[in-house]
Design a protein around this ligand. Structure first.
Ligand code: SAM
Length: 234
């Protein structure tokens, strides 16, 4: 698949997630062999929130990171933003205590004042945006100096044999699962194609640095197929 051109990507991405929303959580659990919730816990920990702190979960989708944050840290305040209404509707239905404030917004134009959060995080967002640097810059803007910006994304392994196995899994198996769970016409090929086009961890760290984040660090998980990046706002 060729990825949609930048001018069409936001509409394409929104439609794809709108079509996938109802089955998104189940699809995630299956494709990640149940590991995705553990990664979200690591994201919350990397946010290093102070007592009573304010967290922004950008592209919250069905709110799994936001809910994990409240489970681990019931003392904090959480805003979840996303531009796909259908994904957040599922998220709202899971937030029975009504603890999350859901805001419909584009990750590249966040409707929040400067320095309004102690941390911002995103899970599986950055592959989908048209400008990764601008998206990180927005998170840096809304997070107070010294607060954390954390990113969870898929990445490609580099170890020779494992790299080939992963390729096989991602290009043969994942499209079949996605096609089964999503009614969107090309969602099945978008995931591997967007992962191939996504910067490797050192390059992503460089992008974060370029927008003024500092103390950048990252770790890879699941044999180099998942990366969590963290940086400090200035
Ligand atoms: C793969 S889902 C991830 C959802 C959730 N963060 C998680 O960990 O499961 C990606 C989400 O990013 C949202 N998204 C993609 N591009 C966006 C943008 N430019 N602005 C806001 N949300 C966006 C989609 O609507 C979708 O809900």
């Amino acid at each position: 698949m060729t990825l949609p051109p930048p001018s069409e990507k936001p509409r394409y991405v929104r439609e794809m997630f709108a079509h996938t929303a109802r089955r998104y959580d189940l699809m995630n659990r299956l494709m990640t062999l149940g590991q995705d919730q553990r990664w979200r816990r690591l994201v919350v920990e990397a946010c290093q929130l102070p007592p009573g702190g304010h967290l922004l979960d950008v592209a919250t989708g069905t709110a799994d990171i936001a809910l994990e944050a409240l489970r681990l840290r019931p003392d904090i305040h959480v805003v979840g933003s996303d531009f796909t209404h259908e994904m957040m509707r599922i998220g709202k239905s899971k937030d029975s205590a009504g603890r999350i404030l859901f805001v419909e917004a584009d990750a590249m134009h966040l409707p929040f004042p400067d320095n309004s959060f102690d941390a911002a995080c995103s899970g599986f967002l950055m592959r989908n945006v048209t400008d990764i640097a601008a998206t990180f810059a927005e998170q840096r803007r809304v997070v107070r100096p010294g607060g954390r910006v954390v990113c969870l994304e898929i990445t490609r392994p580099t170890t020779p044999v494992w790299r080939d196995l992963f390729h096989l899994y991602f290009f043969r198996f994942v499209p079949r699962i996605t096609a089964f769970f999503s009614s969107h016409k090309s969602a099945y090929s978008y995931l591997p194609a967007s992962t191939l086009a996504f910067p490797r961890p050192p390059a992503l760290a460089e992008i974060m640095r370029s927008v003024g984040l500092r103390e950048i660090s990252y770790r890879t998980l699941m044999l180099g197929t998942i990366a969590i990046h963290a940086g400090e706002s200035t």
